[in-house]
Design a protein around this ligand. Structure first.
Ligand SMILES: [Zn+2]
Ligand SMILES: [Zn+2]
Length: 329
């Protein structure tokens, strides 16, 4: 109760920092799948626990995800100010989401942002330079859609400010109290991104689409494990959101820059090697980007979870997300 009053007061006076390091993150699944269900594509709202100001990691679904999350009670503690013209969904979109981290410009990672753009508020898009350039040239170009960006084909509506992220350099997430470090990923010939979001000593790692290092002939994922090994050992890395697009039945030559349970397990063992035996025990690993199935039979998420559990001698806490789910990590 006291806590609620404190947050309400803090919100009234718009204190610059509401959260404290060590309290972890609140994560809401706005979009759980990697295809083909429009309205439920990759998007995770991340904020420090108890701090209303967040960013999304990808934006495949936005208003659709906010609506489902609202219906499931994920925003029950959010109070819309009396003088706001917005519904709670509108308030979440325009006020609480302070920016977007976009891993790559594939449609299933940005469709929600584009659809919501006419009614969205001014905010930054954080991405690697190649990704921001793809967004500018492919979507906000006055052909696919009006140019809501601050670069590219004129006139510039300047609702979204492109913030080019340096590879492996820490950047403040304006108006959130958090920072982000972008790590490039190899995704079947496309540059994708993993984002390390930090609040004080707390960290959370959110991956965009990625193939296995061995198949992509790269060391992208291994390099990220090297960068975060200390945080894993110190239990400061609170969760990993990472894709598994196919079951183990998918042959390597048809991965198209994605992971299977076997490849993810192999990679996580690589992380454990760097961070120390037993260091991944109970670490929440959210499995994103599973494709919605139109076929009869077992759901792909059930098969994928079984395959992950079968090789889980790491003690990792694998989580299959559903749209609207909220966790504290
Ligand atoms: Zn995708
Ligand atoms: Zn992709």
């Amino acid at each position: 109760m006291k806590r609620t009053i404190l947050f309400a007061l803090a919100a009234c006076f718009a204190l610059p920092t509401l959260s404290r390091a060590g309290e972890g993150f609140d994560v809401v699944t706005l979009g759980a799948r990697g295809g083909i269900e429009d309205g439920n594509l990759s998007a995770y709202l991340i904020s420090p626990h108890g701090d209303p100001r967040g960013v999304t990691c990808d934006a495949g679904a936005l208003v659709a995800g906010l609506r489902v999350a609202e219906a499931k009670g994920a925003f029950d503690t959010v109070t819309v100010p009396a003088d706001s013209p917005y519904t709670r969904v509108g308030y979440m979109l325009t006020d609480r989401i302070r920016g977007y981290l976009i891993s790559h410009a594939h449609l299933d990672h940005i469709a929600g942002l584009i659809a919501a753009s006419p009614d969205d508020a001014k905010k930054p898009i954080y991405a690697l330079p190649s990704v921001n350039s793809d967004i500018e040239q492919t979507y906000f170009n006055w052909e696919a859609w009006p140019n809501f960006g601050n670069r590219g084909k004129e006139p510039l509506l300047k609702k979204y400010e492109y913030r080019d992220l340096p590879a492996s350099g820490k950047v403040e997430l304006t108006g959130t109290g958090m920072s982000v470090t972008a790590f490039p990923l190899s995704h079947g010939g496309v540059e994708s991104t993993a984002f390390l979001v930090e609040n004080g000593k707390d960290a959370l790692l959110c991956f965009g689409d990625t193939g296995p290092d061995e198949v992509e002939k790269a060391t992208r994922i291994a390099d990220i494990w090297t960068a975060v090994a200390d945080k894993v050992r110190a239990r400061q890395l609170k969760a990993i959101i990472i894709e598994v697009s196919y079951t183990n039945a998918q042959p390597d030559k048809f991965l198209f820059g994605h992971l299977t349970p076997a490849w993810l397990l192999k990679s996580l063992h690589g992380l454990e090697e760097k961070a120390g035996k037993g260091s991944l025990k109970d670490l929440p690993v959210v499995i994103s980007h599973i494709k919605y199935s139109l076929k009869k039979g077992p759901l792909p998420q059930e098969d994928i979870l079984k395959e992950l559990q079968a090789g889980n001698d790491l003690g990792v806490n694998f989580i299959i997300p559903e749209q609207g789910m909220k966790w504290r990590f």
